[in-house]
Design a protein around this ligand. Structure first.
Ligand code: FE
Length: 187
């Protein structure tokens, strides 16, 4: 990558300062904290939650987030009856604008095939046990449509502020490959 970067810069095809800005954006501005803020808002604001589940693209744009790289966004909600899991079976489509860079396993062939063949078994191996009475629904991302999982709000967080709730939301939980446990200190 470094050799490629140097050659492209020397030939004038690439402005290194632009590259720095892109790296900085992904390190500080774009990341799972953006998605976590969206989920926390959905937990505290029923009107926002309804609009997010109806038209994820419009709802997220209304919060001021740029979805240029994501295209259309569909938000799917985990409940006591349904657990949602997101994959891109073809390649690695992912809502970069709100979740940042995907985890390495998201692009791996085993994840991409097993997420559709045996999602429950694969999740169990990832440490996520889905009860048998909960339906596992798998969403296959494309370049045109990407997905955000709204995880279940954990018990014991009644009355929490939005920013406190956002800190509980993990990247994996917004892919459906993780669950949010009860917060520490919950009795
Ligand atoms: Fe893809």
């Amino acid at each position: 990558m470094r050799a490629l970067e140097r050659i492209l810069s020397e030939k004038g095809y690439l402005d290194p300062s632009v590259l720095d800005r892109i790296v900085e954006t992904y390190e500080t501005r774009i990341g799972p904290h953006v998605g976590a803020g969206i989920v926390a808002r959905a937990w505290v604001d029923p009107i926002f939650r309804a609009s997010l589940l109806t038209d994820g693209t419009a709802a997220v744009r209304a919060l001021g987030h740029d979805l240029r790289r994501t295209g259309h966004l569909t938000a799917v909600e985990n409940t006591s009856e349904v657990h949602n899991l997101v994959v891109c079976t073809l390649c690695s489509c992912y809502p970069h604008d709100i979740l940042g860079l995907p985890p390495v396993w998201y692009k791996s062939a085993p994840y991409r095939s097993r997420a559709v063949k045996d999602p429950r078994g694969m999740l169990a191996e990832m440490g996520v046990t889905i009860p048998h009475d909960v339906v596992v629904r798998v969403w296959d991302s494309t370049a045109e449509m990407r997905y955000l999982v709204v995880p279940e709000r954990p018990a014991g967080t009644e009355g929490w502020r939005e920013d406190e709730l956002a800190r509980l939301v993990t990247r994996d939980s917004m892919i459906g490959a993780g669950l949010i446990g009860r917060p520490a200190g919950y009795r």
